[in-house]
Design a protein. Sequence first.
Length: 440
Amino acid sequence: MKPIQVGLLGIGTVGSGTFNVLQRNQEEIRRRAGRGIEITMVADLDVARAQSIVGPNVKVVNDARAVIANPEIDIVIELIGGYGIAKALVMEAIAAGKHVVTANKALLAVHGTEIFAAASAKGVMVAFEAAVAGGIPIIKALREGLTANSIQWIAGIINGTTNFILSEMRDKGLDFDVVLKEAQRLGYAEADPTFDIEGVDAAHKVTLMSAIAFGIPVQFDKAYVEGITQLGATDIKYAEQLGYRIKLLGITKRTDKGIELRVHPSLVPSKRLIANVEGAMNAVVVQGDAVGTTLYYGKGAGSEPTASAVIADLVDITRLHTADPLHRVPHLAFQPDKMSDLSVLPMSEVVTSYYLRLRVADEAGVLAKVTGLLANAGISIDAVLQREADEVGGEGATSTDLIILTHDTREGTMNEVLAQMQALPSVLAPITRIRKEELN
Ligand SMILES: NC(=O)c1ccc[n+]([C@@H]2O[C@H](COP(=O)([O-])OP(=O)(O)OC[C@H]3O[C@@H](n4cnc5c(N)ncnc54)[C@H](O)[C@@H]3O)[C@@H](O)[C@H]2O)c1
Ligand SMILES: N[C@@H](CCO)C(=O)O
Ligand code: NA
């Protein structure tokens, strides 16, 4: 049988990895897929660089639409990124009856509902394993491997750049900016690195996992998003003393009231496997009612690790494209007419526990005032730590750090108590609040 023909839009970090791995392993991939898979046409703005990667036998153009218009092309891979031209190209490829593979989580988290509906109407597949946790087959696991389960929650380290930054800051005491530059050099960071450090990239990915886990539409606009830019070395140190590591987690959870969907720095017990995921590595914990806790670990970014997922999607499509569309695995795991309308909860309704750090005046009665406010709100305390006073504000005026770990409470209740604490004259600086997840 003649090889299936693939058109590649964008041959940067992931595109070049995809081309190279497909070439290197073509024989084994053909034996698995039952048919050869060949990238026969590439579009990139930098034609000369693209041609130097693919060699003289592959046609390179600078106009992506020429690839979509080519009737020989069966599958289009979109590896340009962003919501702009990439969205138009994906929609046009679907309209032209092409199957699409993309690593573009930003596009799918924001416009997924429209894109999947268009693909279903046209009877084509849109595959996106590379969009979440790069090379880790987490979409495959959630959509197929765990299909028996009622998923309870998912928590993941799903942004390599920020995990790399947090690890390097803790281990080597390096500066934030230095480590970010290194992540960019290694090809981990997004084109706009604020997407990484402000938690947006992780929120794109957890939004996609949430939709697949609970059968709800993709709703990035409902996600709570907080990055790592406000995180200080002091809190990383105190967390360690209390037996926790701080990780940027993407969390989605089923509750009686609705679905939690959030990204923020979290204290995680140091003894959990996920707390020991270092550098640019990713890990996702999934709790299913039947299987219990499962953990998926590996490279979530980089050229060939991400290419591994792109090519797995190419093989899936090669195997399934002749199947009746109704008998393929649904884009979001649930049949499109059987999606749930469970609502995504506002952050004020999320229930979790907290790490609080208060810089307070070192005087009698402060601890009682602070803990009194928590008690009045019905928030119980798990642990309290008081640390060495620093000199502040001249002679004799000293302050001390008060660190409190709480048990579970509603975020809305915690917000009210924090406002009351902040108003106490003995609280000398803005209070630090970091959420805490036991993940058991
Ligand atoms: N880099 C990673 O580790 C990684 C991991 C997972 C997912 N992703 C996602 O994969 C996608 C690609 O990321 P990347 O790191 O390979 O980006 P990149 O910037 O390295 O590559 C993008 C390529 O697209 C080309 N391009 C831009 N506009 C174009 C246009 N209009 N027509 C044709 N080509 C165009 C650029 O010249 C460049 O070669 C993004 O959606 C990204 O979020 C990246
Ligand atoms: N910028 C992303 C790339 C993988 O999606 C990361 O750092 O994890
Ligand atoms: Na993946």
